[in-house]
Design a protein around this ligand. Structure first.
Ligand code: FEO
Ligand code: CA
Ligand code: CA
Length: 677
């Protein structure tokens, strides 16, 4: 079954982003580890089902839908701990924020970042210009205050990927193509059926160079002036990081033969970071960039008997979604088969020194890292949570060996190089074991292909397979809550999970809408190796019984969502969830940000706070320390249907005929000031 839909089935038009995600999300986990869905199923199905089915029964038999909505709205207002009037869910060309709030565009693709940045000219793009302008497809956002000031600081923003078809003028076109099935044209009334699709033009090295320059991240000083946030273009910390910025491999893998290449025999010097999805900011004020779907940038072929073949296949590399290999040998695995081993890491950037060389912290493992949010444990050690975003892949945490030193910033600068990486095994009894990935322990031995800790880390997925970790429904952002000792895991969806693959933590087959797991670390010890877990929410439309969603019955028709992706915790310890994948067809709504209660009677009640324009994904939510500003990321707006540069689905946020649709960072503030929500 495809996604469950509450709207009429329109002919399915896949955008390039959809197709890219399908290619990336190949579910390469062939291990026999039990899936988490079986486990949750036994514990939660009855309780959740009763909640959902009672709600449906009440709607259909006792009150008119209109009366119910009014009552629902009132109940959500009274029960929810969030004090704002909900936005109406829907789809249109612009963004919407709750009444009484301002949503301002802070930075768009192509905006200046430096005093000497050139003007953005979308018709005459160059790599040199792009390196001085805000990059494409902003994703993670972090705010690092300067001198503790909540109204002045550094904004760090990831630029995950590029959409050539809507980024470059006169490049893509809409073409008609025969629909084929089993190698033959599909006929209707004796005629061959055709479908329209977007076709990319011929790549040049110049276009690839612009793409490389539009990837990576941005560090920019921002300041609130008269209630409005503004970039400080002459800020001394401003910086662009790209797919060509010099970086260093650091930690147990640095220098290993498997990360040496013809151009870098030291195995320590890497150029660039790619597909930086979510990330994190550490207690010592560094910026963590998670390298996610790096596999797609590699092309060429690798022989099945090559020693790197198996682990690369497990990661879907080479994915061949970009043309970089045609112009740069290092992206061609036929020529440089170890170059992919230098990607898939967590990158740490010292934002206080714009000349610093970013470090790829190999101790945290190599996979498709969605993000890397951290917390200082009560014993001072730092605990980082990171998900591997693929169907049937795993949830991880990393615990540093050394404690964070709040009095000496320099003492913390390399603590991410030494510590223990753990992978999660969710048990049906509601407990969770964190299994250490340590060379020589259990199956992680030379006899099984792990000759050293470097092998364990380069082949993190294979090591976790060997340990019997729980296969999850695409782990995205994982967020510790410093107020409650709990940790929230976004599991975005997994339509490939079958009935016989269910487990307690992944309880739905064909999981189109995803779910959220709440981990409770033992006695507030984030470093504990045995924890508890529960399902906070099963997502989707709770009025459709087969969906099996578990929002509280106080949640309105606007308040439910599908496909949780990124999240943030505000200064009051409350959860805000950003989504990726809602659209007119699947859920009748765009992506957005929902405020979700996790405690007390309101637990599981959700309200829509902000929604994005058509085609966009919502990411990057992040608060300033006083939670009176909410920074949010609108990624790939206009990428719906047959969108190309000349005909995007919206021209947000400029709405000018001569300006392309542009991904952008939005600041949300309350009119008259005060905390968000
Ligand atoms: Fe880049 Fe898992 O989203
Ligand atoms: Ca994401
Ligand atoms: Ca987050």
């Amino acid at each position: 079954m495809e996604h469950l839909s509450q709207t009429d089935a329109a002919p399915e038009i896949k955008t390039l982003t959809d197709r890219r995600e399908e290619l990336e999300d190949v579910g390469q986990n062939c291990s026999t580890n039990p899936t988490m869905g079986d486990i949750i199923n036994t514990r939660f199905s009855r309780r959740s089902f009763m909640r959902g089915s009672l709600a449906v029964a009440a709607i259909s038999t006792t009150v008119s839908p209109l009366a119910l909505l009014t009552a629902e709205d009132a109940r959500a207002e009274s029960l929810s701990s969030f004090d704002f009037k909900e936005v109406e869910a829907g789809v249109d060309q612009t963004h919407h924020v709750a009444e009484g709030y301002d949503a301002d565009i802070l930075l768009r693709w192509g905006d200046k970042l430096f005093a000497d940045s050139p003007d953005f000219d979308p018709l005459k793009q160059t790599a040199a210009a792009q390196e001085k302008l805000f990059g494409y497809n902003n994703d993670y956002i972090g705010f690092i205050p300067l001198e503790g000031n909540p109204d002045h600081g550094l904004l760090v923003v990831n630029h995950e990927y590029t959409n050539a078809e809507i980024m470059f003028p006169k490049f893509a076109s809409v073409v008609k193509e025969k629909v084929m099935k089993d190698g033959k044209p599909v006929l209707k009334d004796g005629k061959e059926v055709e479908e329209e699709k977007v076709q990319l033009g011929e790549y040049t090295k110049d276009l690839v160079d612009i793409e490389m320059a539009a990837h990576g991240g941005t560090v920019i000083e921002i300041r609130k002036v008269d209630g409005r946030w503004k970039p400080v273009l002459d800020g001394k910390y401003n910086r662009r990081l790209t797919a060509t910025t010099e970086m260093q491999l650091s930690g147990p893998v640095a220098g290993h033969a498997r990360v040496q290449t013809p151009s870098d025999p030291t195995g320590r010097k890497v150029f660039g970071t790619i597909n930086n999805c979510a990330g994190g900011v550490t207690a010592w004020g560094t910026y963590l960039m998670a390298e996610e779907n790096f596999n797609g940038y590699f092309g060429g072929e690798i022989a099945e008997d090559h020693p790197e073949f198996k682990q690369l296949k497990r990661l879907g590399a080479p994915g061949g979604q970009y043309e970089w290999a045609s112009f740069y040998d290092r992206f061609d695995v036929s020529k440089e088969p170890t170059e992919p081993n230098r990607f898939g890491w967590i990158v740490e950037v010292d934002v206080m020194d714009p000349t610093s060389v970013p470090k790829k912290r190999t101790a945290i493992g190599r996979f498709k890292h969605e993000g890397c949010e951290s917390i200082v444990n009560k014993d001072g050690r730092v605990v980082l949570y990171t998900g591997d975003d693929e169907r049937f892949d795993y949830v991880y945490k990393f615990v540093t060996k050394a404690a964070f030193n709040p009095d000496d910033r320099a003492a913390n600068m390399d603590i991410l190089d030494d510590g223990t990486l753990y992978v999660a095994k969710f048990l049906a009894d509601g407990t969770l074991e964190w299994l250490p990935l340590i060379h020589g322990e259990g199956p992680l031995t030379a006899a099984n292909g792990f000759a050293s800790q470097a092998d364990v880390l380069i082949n993190t997925r294979l090591a976790s397979d060997a340990l019997g970790a729980t296969k999850m429904d695409r782990p995205e952002d994982i967020q510790p809550n410093p107020k409650t000792g709990k940790v929230y895991v976004m599991l975005t969806n997994n339509t490939k999970r079958k009935d016989d693959q269910l487990d307690a933590a992944n309880p739905r087959a064909d999981n189109a809408f995803g779910h959220i797991i709440e981990i409770t670390e033992t006695d507030g010890d984030y470093a504990s190796t045995k924890s508890k877990w529960d399902v906070l929410l099963k997502c989707g439309d709770p009025s459709i019984a087969e969906v099996g969603a578990s929002f509280s019955t106080a949640t309105t028709k606007n308040g439910w969502f599908g496909m949780p992706d990124n999240c943030a915790i505000d200064a009051d310890g409350r959860l805000w969830v950003a989504t990726d994948g809602n659209n007119e067809k699947d859920t009748g709504r765009t992506d957005g940000i929902w405020a979700v209660d996790t405690e007390g009677a309101a637990r599981g009640t959700s309200k829509l706070f902000f929604r994005v324009p058509v085609g966009a994904e919502m990411c990057g939510p992040s608060f300033n320390p006083t939670s009176d500003t909410f920074f949010v990321s609108v990624q790939h707006p206009g990428d719906a249907g047959l969108a190309i540069y000349e005909a995007p689905a919206t021209r947000w946020p400029d709405f000018k005929d001569d300006m392309p649709v542009r991904p952008a960072v939005v600041t949300i503030t309350k009119q008259g000031g005060g905390r968000i929500g």
